[in-house]
Write a protein that binds this ligand. Sequence first.
Ligand code: ATP
Ligand code: MG
Length: 249
Amino acid sequence: MRIPKGHPRYHSLQVRHRLLQGLRDGLVTEAGLIAQGRGEAFDYLLGERSPSEARRAARAAAALLLQARRPVISVNGNSAALAPRDLARISRLLGAPLEVNLFYTSATRERRIAAHLRAHGAPTVLLGGGARVPGPAALGPRARVHPRGIAVADVVLVPLEDGDRTGALIRAGKKVVAVDLNPLSRTARTATVTIVDNLVRAAPLLAETLRGMKGWPEERLERAARFDNRGNLDRVVERMVRRWTGIRR
Ligand code: ATP
Ligand code: MG
């Protein structure tokens, strides 16, 4: 379907089509489309632009990732369909592997996602399995992680993650950088640093921020990594409310 450029939802419709293509290609699940819908509702409240809070969070996130000894990037179907090139770029900038981690486990879909990421320039893609991150029994197969990936990582980037799994990573003593449009989600609230932004904007933003900060001395990274995540999330919530009460008046 061709979407006229001037359509007010042009970008959002394009992104939907990318996910639908991902569904046809066997990367994305039907539930993934619903998750995107939840995200879109919050993007609408943001005005579909990266807020300054996202830029601030991206700086703190970049500092954490650059300081990490073993950073790993966790990828699911939606993130692979939405931002494969930028995630591959982040992986190269950090020398960190991408690890495929699915909510609905499927070996076939894992392999398709890995191939898709490699085709977009990812040098190393790990497939989940082998080790388990300790967590509630309800985590079930979702606790599977790669023994040389997330299992031994100190900082994990989770673009689009579920709250239970984010909690399990934090309890395992890891620092977590999340991308989530919902500033109220359990993921957003439990992560070490949350970038509240659409992944299609947050991934290139983080890649650019990393590029700019690469090579900074340790003390400067240390300062940039200090971050009040809850305070930043509260400011995004206020921004969303202010924007819409302002329009109503
Ligand atoms: P949680 O498990 O953290 O409590 P949830 O159960 O409400 O959150 P899930 O269905 O587990 O949500 O995951 C979807 C999450 O991903 C939502 O919080 C949604 O805002 C976010 N999301 C979906 N699409 C995007 C996107 N393109 N960019 C950023 N965030 C997104
Ligand atoms: Mg959830």
